[in-house]
Design a binder for this molecule. Structure first.
Ligand SMILES: NC(=O)c1ccc[n+]([C@@H]2O[C@H](COP(=O)([O-])OP(=O)(O)OC[C@H]3O[C@@H](n4cnc5c(N)ncnc54)[C@H](OP(=O)(O)O)[C@@H]3O)[C@@H](O)[C@H]2O)c1
Length: 206
């Protein structure tokens, strides 16, 4: 991948997260979405018919009439894939793509806890990308994941604080709803975070 105009495929392109990829990558200076990929329910349909488009903005013109591809490595022509697959299938499918030689950058949870898979937030731990050298899919493929969405925002805020303070614990309450199948009451997650000693002044924070 020597150029900076990468051709990318979106796995799970019809779902809520896949749609976000499509919105964010439209007119992107580095990436061109060349493949939209989903389940056999959607394969063969024009994207605008397969996706229940959630955004107020229209589907980008270059995507709306593109035929959705089946989730098969041999069917795709692109440099790498972003995965927005349902976690019910992401583990096996992402492994298939890595074995077929694709770099896979995933939003799904399935590979997050593998020792040789980076759980990457570029602003926080870019050096963890080196872990991909330890992966062996029998090809040039590899898998990179990101953390749960609530964790990403949290640690981006914590990172600079950790440089200035000793973080002993963190207390956070997350109230989450799902994008596609709205759920109420929302999922609730609690984390414990406590900031205490400022290394330079010795002040203690509650
Ligand atoms: N890290 C984060 O920030 C973050 C945030 C939210 C969600 N997520 C994760 O992102 C993923 C997608 O979430 P979502 O809310 O977008 O889900 P979703 O709306 O249900 O979309 C799921 C996608 O997976 C496809 N799919 C389902 N079964 C398949 C199969 N057997 N073969 C191939 N494709 C299949 C669906 O295609 P069809 O439309 O054809 O069925 C659809 O495109 C999940 O793993 C979720 O946990 C991550």
């Amino acid at each position: 991948m020597a150029s900076t105009n990468y051709q990318v495929g979106i796995l799970g392109a019809t779902g809520a997260v896949g749609q976000t990829f499509i919105r964010l990558l439209s007119d992107h200076p580095w990436f061109t979405v060349t493949e939209v990929v989903a389940s056999e329910r959607s394969a063969g349909l024009p994207y605008r018919k397969a996706a229940n488009w959630l955004s107020g903005d229209p589907i980008p013109d270059e995507i709306a009439d593109r035929a959705v591809k089946p989730t098969e490595p041999a069917a795709l022509d692109c440099d790498f894939v972003f995965s927005a697959l349902s976690s019910s299938v992401a583990g096996e499918v992402e492994a298939d793509f890595a074995e077929a030689g694709f770099p896979v950058v995933s939003n799904a949870k399935n590979h997050r806890l593998h020792e040789d898979v980076p759980l990457l937030i570029p602003e926080v731990n870019p050096d963890h990308i080196a872990l991909i050298d330890q992966q062996d899919w029998g090809s040039e493929g590899y898998v990179v994941t990101n953390p749960n969405c609530s964790t990403v925002g949290l640690v981006c805020g914590l990172r600079p604080l950790m440089e200035a303070f000793t973080v002993e614990a963190v207390q956070v309450t997350m109230l989450q709803a799902t994008a596609r199948r709205r759920r109420w009451p929302p999922n609730r997650e609690r984390f414990l975070v406590r900031f205490t000693t400022n290394r330079s002044t010795g002040r203690t924070f509650p």
